[in-house]
Design a protein around this ligand. Sequence first.
Ligand code: GDP
Length: 513
Amino acid sequence: MEKNNQKPNIVPRPPVVVVVGHIDHGKSTLLDYIRKTNLTESEVGGITQNISAYEVLHKDEKGVDKEITFLDTPGHESFSKMRERGAIIADIAILVVSAEDGVKSQTIEAWRTISEMKLPSIVVINKIDKPSANIEKTKKELAANEIYLENYGGKIPYVEISAKAATGVDDLLSVILILSEMENFTGNTEEDASGFVIEADLDSKRGIQATLIIKNGSLHKGMFVVVEDAITSTRIIQNFKGVMIDTASFSAPIRLCGFDRMPKVGAAFQTFKNKKGAIKYIEERSPRPADTPRYKEEASTPFLNKEGVGGGKKIIPILLKADVSGSLEAIEKEIAKIRSESAEFKIIVKGVGPISESDIKNISNSKNAIIIGFNVKADKSALEVAQKRGISISFFDVIYKMTEWLIEQMEKLRPKIETIETTGRAKIIRAFSRTKNFQIVGGKVIEGRILLNGTVKIMRREFEIGRGKIVNLEKGKIKTSVIEEGLEFGMMIESKIEIAPGDILELFSIAQK
Ligand code: GDP
């Protein structure tokens, strides 16, 4: 117990908890209840729509308030991302099973992921208030699926609850604290923060924003955050309630805006004390190609590179059945050759013989899975199940045809990379009258060109301070739709930001590749 004394910065860390289980078994009801009962009305209101994680306080056995972070992502996206990337975003998984319905396909699927990742877990038997609830039967079904509860042949802690009638939820929070104490999650407060992205989106006013979960270290205003090849400053840090904060540490969810490209959900982030360190890190990970069509010596955008999706590729699962093991091997080699920047195929089930019903059931929970039969048929029951679940099976008897088809599928299924391209820059020379949403300014195009109706980043000393839209553009008092490099202009810009002489406007477009 005293071993932590040698490293005073290493302290216990609140657990990050993910709630999983079959659809309709009550995950959202449970998360909603915990959120509502642990936050005040105004705090609940303050949680911006998109922040899909929250922290609650619960008293431990000694009556001390302890934090728990819950991931509350739509469709439990971060859990599947965790699995795709092997990223340990959550420390503890709560597997919710309805006492009315018992173990279902997604229960088993979620359990498989929990076991593969060796995640500490707690089973929640929910809906015990329902007249048709059968707790004993549910426990038996769990055991039949090798989910062994405490006192039922195993060690997995479990809690019987009704998320709707709010019974047992307090016990659940206590069990979470006991389990995390046993697991001894720790973090180092002195290190620069690192962790994972749990959501990212493009907001019309704030630009590209992301919610991050800090798993270690601390983050302060003025630092820089890198996710693969996306970067932002920490000029604005918000906590999960939407409140501006100056510093954050584990296991807090935080929101940052102003990323130069869309960070990927599930990807790891790293924090740097200065921009130089951040850029060096990005360039070491993925050197910028020589033909990058951007401003070469541009200090404000050197980190915009074209390539570099980084390590976290999307996995497209494949189930492969073939007539003989020889063709199986040949096909595997062909599949391994099909690559893209942002996705890769992974054969998760393979074998010789016809496609069976259990093959389909095995793979039907994997999103976007591809099922291939090479010189084999599918059993009738397999076809029926596949049809019922909307899964298609593709049959081939020539390898190159299959390869061609797979290349097409890769193009269809791979994540498209979103990049922001700067196409023009202008310096503001004069700033005139301003209303709440509009301002008239004069300036000169210093690179590229400026277009009417274009969206611009408003940059002040290398930092984006806001965005705006060019709603009127004039050259020598005559309306125009484009101003070329080197020319002066007057414009009306729609923005809530007050623009000042010296500011730079960067015209940008978002491209999908
Ligand atoms: P999810 O798909 O797992 O997120 O499930 P939901 O939370 O949306 O719950 C599905 C349905 O079950 C909803 O109609 C809930 O009101 C209901 N439900 C959830 N928990 C309970 C419970 O403990 N008791 C009862 N009676 N109904 C519940």
